[in-house]
Design a protein around this ligand. Structure first.
Ligand code: GTP
Length: 421
């Protein structure tokens, strides 16, 4: 099988990264994006030896970069013995072929790189099928009338997944395979929805963990369910929803599901392939958005996750934001986070800090024993601020008004919380 085949000589592939700066104000954004691409390339087993950024209002239709820049890229790639050039954008099949011809080494775009990582990380049968489907769909237009695409089989990024023999088949056979996989996925999906229905009938509440890739979902999942699904510093380890049981302190049970890691500009082919998996999130009773509190671009990542949730129609599910990796924050950073969001739930899946509070919060969020209350607070008062935070954490705030320096809040809260707010 082609998957995880070593790159010929058994060393990491040497990769060059290429990005575009569309306007001067965007340099920082392009740099940040290349940093992220570095992480992705490493997750795919490559070593980044060259970074190239070009300022250009829009990509060249045939070679993406300008003609001069392509020549420079070809020269530096040869000099630094680059095996693969990874573009931080999606390339058209024609662009990919043209660049390949001019630069003289393998060209991979961002989509293909992400597909490759997903192919490496897929653990369950469903996950593997979903990735293969996305890869075949990506490949199809690139195979048409192209012998160049067929010769791109040296191993490494872009060649894992559908095997060589499959690549050599014609369009029709790929279509047949796509059809077959789609059928298999439909089967798995049916079985899964039956299971889900059974859970619903048993009225076991479900909590789904979502988050940007590497936020610590699997670690938190393990911490909560005391299991040991593989946690690793590599991106995208979590490809398949894993569901495990959690017994709450009040001895009720709930199910926690770990989902695929999100990322911004997640290729559409992948969202489509993982739709079934992602849609389960929309079915949960509570979504835990796990946030890497220590990430420098935290807000951007949070927005990327919200966008995916939006895209998969999971906007109506109650959401709880959990700031993970708080052990990695300085006291100052913690204070700032708290100022920004007084209800912020800070935990460390690694050390266990804040986990009891998290479980308590989940419990009360899921509690059926709800009372509607109207309360007035003094926002200047520290104790009252803590009470407001508690209201937001454990209850559902229906109305929050500030008048004459007094905050008036209408909220649905679990009854046992009444004397604490
Ligand atoms: P994907 O599968 O890529 O979506 O990642 P994930 O969100 O499941 O993250 P995972 O649990 O694999 O953790 C990613 C990395 O962050 C690992 O190296 C963890 O050890 C580390 N990590 C997780 N939680 C914490 C934490 O609370 N503090 C610190 N310092 N590191 C953490």
């Amino acid at each position: 099988m082609a998957r995880d085949r070593p790159t010929g000589v058994g060393r990491p592939e040497r990769a060059a990264l290429v990005g575009l700066i569309a306007g001067r104000a965007r340099r920082q954004e392009a740099e940040r994006s290349l940093d992220e691409l570095t992480g992705l390339a490493q997750a795919a087993g490559a070593e980044v030896v060259l970074r190239v950024l070009q300022e250009r209002p829009k990509p060249d239709p045939s070679t993406f970069l300008g003609a001069g820049k392509i020549q420079t890229l070809a020269a530096s790639a040869a000099e630094t013995r680059v095996d693969v050039v990874i573009f931080d954008n999606e390339l058209t099949p024609a662009q990919q072929r043209q660049i390949e011809e001019e630069v003289g080494c393998k060209i991979v775009d961002r989509t293909q790189l992400i597909l490759d990582i997903f192919a490496r990380r897929a653990r369950t049968r469903e996950g593997k099928l979903q990735v293969e489907l996305a890869q075949l769909k990506y490949l199809l237009p690139r195979l048409v009338g192209s012998s160049a695409a067929l010769s791109r089989l040296g191993g490494g990024i872009g060649t894992r997944g559908p095997g060589e023999t499959k690549l050599e088949t014609d369009r029709r056979r790929i279509r047949t395979r796509i059809h077959g996989i789609s059928g298999d996925i439909a089967q798995v999906r049916k079985r899964r929805s039956q299971l889900r229905e059974r859970r619903h009938k048993a009225s076991v509440p479900t909590v789904a963990l979502v988050g940007y890739t590497n936020a610590g979902k699997t670690t938190l999942f393990n911490r909560l369910t005391r299991a040991d699904a593989e946690a690793s510093n590599a991106l995208f380890v979590t490809l398949d929803p894993l569901v495990r049981q959690l017994r709450l302190p009040d001895s009720r049970e709930l199910l926690v599901s770990d989902t695929v890691g999100f990322i911004d500009r997640l290729p559409h082919a992948l969202i489509a392939a993982f739709r079934a998996t992602l849609e389960e999130t929309g079915d949960a009773d509570l979504v835990l958005h796990v946030i890497d509190a220590s990430a420098s671009d935290r807000d951007r990542r949070m927005n990327a996750v919200r966008q995916v949730l939006d895209e998969i129609g999971a906007v109506d599910v109650p959401l709880l934001e959990v700031y993970n990796k708080c052990d990695a924050l300085t006291p100052g950073e913690r204070r700032r986070l708290h100022d920004l969001d007084p209800s912020a739930l800070c935990v460390s899946a690694l050390t266990g800090e804040g986990i009891d509070e998290l479980v308590e919060t989940i419990t009360s969020r899921l509690a059926l024993d709800i009372r509607r209350v109207t309360l007035t607070f003094d926002p200047e008062d520290a104790t009252d601020r803590e009470r407001i935070a508690r209201l937001y954490r454990h209850g559902r705030v229906v109305l929050h008004e500030t008048r004459d320096g007094q905050a008036s809040i209408v909220a649905d809260i679990p009854r046992r919380l009444l004397n604490r707010v």
